[in-house]
Design a protein around this ligand. Structure first.
Ligand code: CA
Length: 489
């Protein structure tokens, strides 16, 4: 029934759009780390905050398009892999975790596990393979200058940005800003000339990007500014921390002053880059994109404020490292005056994998014939508000053993208003459990409708199963050696 309804809506929707004639734009993609759905002012709306101050991000939303349902993977590395490869990382790349020392080169799904484990979970990949044809490689082929700044987190030096299509790389880092933290002297970042003691890395990255914009003003460019803000360690500028310390209100869902300071530094960076683009007269031929890489951290994680959660994604459920909406829905802002209507909000669900076909289309680049697969769709009609796009499912494969905000690892399909979650091995007998939510009516995922709507659940389950099979995903299974049904894994 659901599928018939959706098919009808697809037929009724306009599948064609007339693109305004534009030449390939410059692209500035700013990816903020652990920057959740409510981690900006958004005019104090429910989607935003009355604690954080982000005038430049709000200005960007007023001048461009704000996507209210933009999806990513629940963790850093896979989201970045999705942007670069255009593929769902958990399923196709076997990378569902952030890259750590536990990640491996060739992930496997164990056939058995120790007897106290109900479920066998797969390993996760420790790099984005060089065989992937990246967004940067395709843009470079199309004549773009391609430059990376900041967090990479897609493998060690053998897999760095300059080996994946970027002409240059600056301050390449892993999970965070390195052992030295956010302030110079930096330690643990590659390809950076040391800054003066006390320099803040977000400001340095902004200055470097602005210099690059000046150098490239007569070229066509793709700048990927991957900020370390607002990831741990929690280190903000002293004056900003003081400002937010005086604003703490125990009734506010946001109360962490260092997080607020780090958000404001991110905001200032976005403002600085926007101002530079404007000053160089590049506004009309530059697309600016700002997005988070996963949901905000909704638990206490800073020894300086041991009882204060870093942020809250409410009204969304849970946060980073969880497949519920708080972990996977993030702010997405796009400004490109030839296409975007100032101040518009777009509510159609989109995913970061969509940027692969979208940006290559804008760049008038071809997707290489040898590309084995990509998962996104071209969302220019949504950016330009010229048409709807064909309704399609959005997927996530996140079989992580350790969850925060959910009992076990899971996968989900979002299709139309509904989201079906598959929770691996959750049932008492070790089989998988399912939860169904109407995201439009219940974005906080509080009312599981799986038993009320068995037909919808079954149709979505079949689609999810088929997708997991087609993509070659490593799907958890019951541990045949599991002997003790009283012990959870
Ligand atoms: Ca992250």
């Amino acid at each position: 029934m659901l599928l018939k309804k959706l098919s009808l809506s697809v037929l009724l929707s306009c599948l064609f759009f007339v693109s305004k004639a534009v030449s390939p734009p410059n692209i500035v993609f700013i990816l903020a780390d652990d920057w959740g759905w409510t981690d900006w002012q958004m005019n104090g709306d429910i989607n935003g905050s009355t604690f954080y101050e982000t005038p430049h991000l709000d200005k960007l939303a007023q001048e461009g398009v704000y996507f209210t349902q933009a999806y990513v993977h629940p963790l850093c590395s896979p989201t970045r892999a999705a942007l670069m490869s255009g593929k769902y990382p958990g399923a196709r790349l076997h990378m569902h975790q952030a890259i750590t020392s536990h990640s491996v080169s060739q992930p496997k799904l164990p056939t058995i596990a120790s007897a106290n484990k109900k479920t066998c979970f797969p390993q996760s990949r420790n790099h984005l393979p060089l065989s992937e044809i990246t967004l940067a490689e395709e843009l470079k082929k199309a004549g773009y200058q391609t430059h990376h700044f900041g967090k990479w987190h897609l493998g060690n030096k053998n897999y760095y940005p300059t080996l994946q299509g970027f002409d240059s790389q600056f301050a390449v880092g892993g999970a965070g800003p390195g052992r030295g933290g956010y302030f110079a002297p930096y330690s643990g970042l590659d390809d950076i000339i040391q800054g003066p003691d006390g320099e803040y890395i977000a400001e340095r990255l902004s200055n470097e990007v602005c210099q690059k914009l000046e150098d490239l003003q007569n070229e066509r460019f793709f700048i990927y500014l991957a900020h370390f803000n607002v990831h741990s360690p929690y280190q903000g500028k002293t004056d900003l921390i003081q400002k937010y310390s005086s604003k703490i209100d125990s009734n506010n869902k946001h109360q962490h002053p260092t997080m607020a300071a780090m958000v404001e530094s991110l905001d200032q960076s976005v403002g600085q880059v926007m101002a530079k683009i404007e000053a160089l007269g590049l506004s009309d031929n530059t697309m600016i994109i700002v997005m988070g890489d996963n949901g905000g951290i909704h638990w206490a994680n800073d020894k300086n404020y041991p009882h204060t959660r870093i942020t809250s994604n409410a009204p969304l459920r849970a946060g980073k490292s969880c497949f519920y909406e708080g972990g996977v829905r993030v702010p997405l802002l796009i400004k490109y005056p030839p296409l975007t209507e100032a101040g518009r909000s777009e509510h159609t669900p989109v995913h970061i994998v969509d940027f692969y076909p979208t940006l290559l289309s804008l760049a008038q680049a071809n997707i290489s014939p040898e590309k084995d697969a990509y998962d996104g769709v071209n969302i220019i009609p949504l950016i330009a508000n010229t048409a709807k796009i064909e309704q399609r499912p959005i997927y996530c494969h996140f079989p992580r053993t350790k969850q925060i905000g959910a009992p076990v690892g899971g996968s989900y399909i979002r299709y139309g208003d509904y989201k079906l979650c598959r929770l691996y091995g959750l049932n008492y007998d070790g089989t998988d459990a399912y939860e169904l939510y109407n995201i439009e009516q219940d974005p906080g995922e509080q009312r599981d409708s799986s038993t009320l709507l068995p037909q919808v659940s079954e149709e979505l389950k079949q689609m999810l199963d088929q997708w997991l099979t087609e993509t070659g995903a490593l799907v958890p299974h019951i541990n045949p050696d599991w002997t003790n049904m009283t012990i959870n894994n």
